[in-house]
Design a protein around this ligand. Sequence first.
Ligand code: C2E
Ligand code: MG
Ligand code: MG
Length: 887
Amino acid sequence: TRGPRRRTSPGASTGDEGRRAERGAALKVCALSFMLTAATAGLLTLAEVHGLAPLHPVGDPTALLVILAVVFAAAVVTPVSFHYRGDTIMFALTEIPLLIGLVFVAPWQLVVVRVVGEAAGLGGIRRQSFVKLFFNLSSGATAAAVAAVIYHALIQHYVPVSPFGWLAGTVALGAAATFSQFVLHIVVRLNGDRMPRRTTPEVRTAALLLLASAALALVVLDAAWWNWWAVVPLVAVGALIVFAYSGYSRLTQRFGSLQRLYDFSDSLGSVDLEPSAAGWVVLEQVESVMRARRAQLYLIDQSGVAQRQMLNGTEQSPSGSVRLPETSVLTEVLRTGMATLYANNPGTTDPNTTDPVIGTFRDALIAPLRNAERAVGLLVALDRDEALDTFDTDDLRLFETLAAHAVSTLERSRLMEELQLEVETRVYQATHDHLTKLPNRSLFLNRAAAALEESGRAAIALLDMDRFKDVNDTLGHDIGDRLLCEVAERLSHAAYGRATVARLGGDEFALVVPNIIGPEEAIGIVRDLQAALSKPIDIDGLSLAISASTGVALAPEHGENIAALLQRADIAMYIAKDRRSGIELYSASRDQSMQRRLMLGGHLLHALEQGEQLSVMYQPIADLASGQVMRVEALARWKHPELGWVPAGEFIGIAEQMGLIGQVTDFVLAEACAQAGRWRQAGINLGLAINLSGRELSDDRLVSLVSHHLTKNKLPPQSVTLELTETEVMADLAEVSAVLARLARLGVRIAVDDYGTGYSSLAYLHRLPVQELKIDRSFVTNLVDDPSNRIIVRSSIAMAHSLGLTVVAEGAEDEVTCAVLADAGCDAVQGYYFSRPKTAGELQRWLIDGATLSYSKELPPLRPLRILDGSLDDDDLQRVRRGTGQA
Ligand code: C2E
Ligand code: MG
Ligand code: MG
């Protein structure tokens, strides 16, 4: 088994450390070779001393010596390989020249011709490195000397071609072979490796082969002994047999390969199409078909990154991605596109190579995996199973074919994966909201249906952000989107594991809680969600405080199908918004009023389009001191053909909620201003008060609209008063004050309506361009009987006056109230006592009749104000403080 093999050692890099270790090993091998040379010299000296001469000298040995040298050279250059039970066994036919030399030439001559012959073969033709050559030659020489000494010691006076001579020859050859093997072991040890243990059948095969080659050598010897020419036909026959055998063995080899290839394709055909599974099957097959210890698969994506799978026997190393550096042999194979074989002589001093990607290997088959367009990967088989065997060019061809089969399977599974991914993406996209990544409406409906089906007990909640439209309008859609994403994130985090959160669209989210025990559970979860939203959200340095209103409906109490539940949750949500309560559980009784609202909303929309059902009434406001009509307040009226009069308090709220309030204002402004213009033309110079809704104050349109109606009807701006409720003015001070300032610049007056119901302090109002305060009628109507209201009204009037504001009291229903108000210093009064709201025609007639406010200034005995005796409760005091703006 000595001697060189196939070509090449790869140009793979070994580190400095590797090089140092290599040099150390080389030195040791050289030292061993020296010792072997010395031993050879010793043995030859021993032979000379005992005068060992050729047993059967030939006349002129020169020709024989030359022939022997040539045969030695040929034997090491072309080793014969045998395929036996799937193993390839290599061996050099050195036994023949060795035995001939033992008989026909002197021991020293034998040693010399062997050294010369093998030096020519290994050094000259095989170009072995110095160290290897030195070792191979010295070990061969020693083995020859050992054989000579043993042979001569055994043969004595026996004839070599007798049975005992045969025995002696066989023993000598066996000793030489054993010696060589022994020395080889030592070298491998010196190298730091271990010779793989040979199994018993392997040892038996090796012994049989040795016996066979010894027998062959004996036959040649016999022929040469009797007649040198007989060797010629013998060699011819031998060559023929070897030739025929190798042909046969190549055939069986090829048949075996085909068989294995067939098995390979067969096993790939049934591979699960999951890509990494396909990879493992390919690797397993590579190991078994190529008889490799390890196998690796690299799949290269478009970006050039390789996904690696490594199989070591049966052990799978998890796949990972690797980059292929220039120094790797893999890169070289990819570049050339050629399947490549890297083989090392297992008997040499350092059979291992290290590659930066593959790792350390003894021999390797590397094939590129190509589809129609490009190289998609690499397939690698490493280390033949048998220590003393290696891959050869036949294996390379087989491996190439195998790679071609593998690539179609791998491609197929890759396509399958892409397809699967595509399907998954499509499904994902179809079921998820693209902005927030939450489940969308359709997935929500599925989940809700599943929850209902499962137990019949579930909760559905609808959550709508408060004033989200304002965020979108004022800060832009980009911030709006980011806000929604953050909200989605917080909601799904808070609901994690308990409920499914979905985005139904816009700022509306939905929740399905499966298997609930009772309403408390659902409400609890919703509360957690609301709490998650309570912390302000920071976006671009803006800190946005957000809130949401949620309606909850339960199955089976509020409905047994999703449509009904959703509708009920929607109603509950509207109620929550309306009451600013945050959360509402659906209730049938509230639904009544809600349903009326919804119905009215629909009718109102129609009424606004059609215009005939709406009208304006005017309620005069009188100066308390003079009793003269100061101005009239325009009040919207709606008469539905079937429902009759709908109270303003009801439909104004609905209009605000539905975003229709702008249209109502448009109508009232146009109608009232036109009327005031007509009155003015008729010589009736009436002031006009018009109600605005707070929502309109973020609307620039309002300023131009008011100015348009003023000019159109030739109304002096100061004759028009715009009334804004306190809560609305206070809600968003900064923004509102900008619009208010522009309205004030037009010259119109601004009044704060319903004063006392909100949370403003007069100190705040002071900063706004406000000229008038209208005290809410809830403080006025029972002024006479309620001392605490009297305190509020009195102190409010005093504070307002100190800020230079005019004060109007609303809702004065009787004479006494007017007297009390006058006594408190109030400037003007509005109420049923003076006049109910009137149509334009009624009002005109009433004015022409010379209506004035008349009341007795005499005050009746009133319940005293007993602030000091504690009859005011905390609540009253609170209201007093608010009303007067004192902290
Ligand atoms: P407001 O602006 O405070 O209007 C005064 C309300 O008090 C009117 O109710 C009026 O009829 C009522 N009222 C007047 N004197 C008395 C009284 O002595 N006793 C009682 N109990 N009530 C009295 P109305 O017309 O039902 O309007 C209700 C609210 O609807 C108004 O309150 C106002 O906030 C709103 N509103 C009415 N018309 C419009 C409008 O055109 N635009 C806007 N934005 N809001 C309007
Ligand atoms: Mg008003
Ligand atoms: Mg009012």
